[in-house]
Design a protein around this ligand. Structure first.
Ligand code: ADE
Length: 225
């Protein structure tokens, strides 16, 4: 989402590359930082709102890999998390794996396993998290902001911790192209707080996006050191 990326785009004075992904709605920003070229790819907008979810994330990731040939993809954005796991609003996590929690094929082990995904992350993720004192957690992705009881069952059974709407879709595409993926996520809402999710998400989006910018700045410094 634009709101998640804007503080980072401003920090690095990134410039927008017009129509780079046309006719797709994805939007490209670019900047040179240290010795590297940094790109920010947004899903873009449709019908007056930012595109969210797995479909938009899939085409953005696929197009970015095909057109930009990145060495590393960073999937950065906000997420829900669980107070019972020690999470708090605006905490930043590094992902240690990514799964889907709303794709069920009961009765068939192969399809059920494929549906869950369980995509690997960039091998340097743990060292980065330790060096920068970030917590780590498993990204769990679905197509809805809310959480149904069957989603929670799958999240708990598979150790999911950071609930988002894009991460595993990005991880899926990266796995096909063997592009390493690093997840940097900041918490807007606590899935077990009892609060209404959209209200909690909206209230904390600004704060979590600032935390994300600060975290990503440290991540970029670490990667270009
Ligand atoms: N993004 C931010 N919070 C989320 C949540 N609770 N579920 C899915 N995506 C989110």
């Amino acid at each position: 989402m634009e709101a998640e990326a804007q503080p980072f785009i401003e920090r690095y004075q990134m410039h927008k590359v017009e129509d780079f992904f046309s006719p797709l709605p994805c939007v490209l920003y670019e900047a040179s930082v240290a010795e590297i070229t940094l790109y920010v790819v947004l899903n873009g907008r449709q019908h007056g709102s930012d595109l969210i979810g797995c479909e938009a994330a899939t085409i953005a990731t696929l197009s970015a890999i095909q057109k930009l040939h990145p060495d590393l993809i960073i999937n950065s954005g906000t997420c829900g998390a669980f107070r019972k796991n020690g999470a708090d609003i605006a905490d930043v996590y590094i992902g240690n794996k990514a799964m889907f929690h709303d794709r069920r094929v009961p009765g068939d082990d192969a399809w059920d396993t494929q549906s869950i995904g369980n995509y690997a992350v960039w091998e340097g993720s743990k060292d980065l998290a330790q060096a920068l004192s970030f917590k780590m957690g498993k990204v769990t992705t679905g197509s809805s902001l809310d959480m149904q009881p069957c989603d929670l069952d799958i999240i708990q059974a598979n150790g999911g911790e950071l609930k988002d709407m894009e991460g595993a879709a990005v991880g899926f595409v990266c796995s096909l192209y063997q592009v390493p993926i690093l997840y940097v996520k900041s918490v807007t809402d606590l899935c077990d707080s009892g609060a209404e999710t959209f209200e909690e998400f909206s209230r904390n989006l600004g704060r979590a996006s600032q935390a994300l910018r600060d975290a990503n700045e440290r991540v970029i410094e670490f990667l270009t050191r």
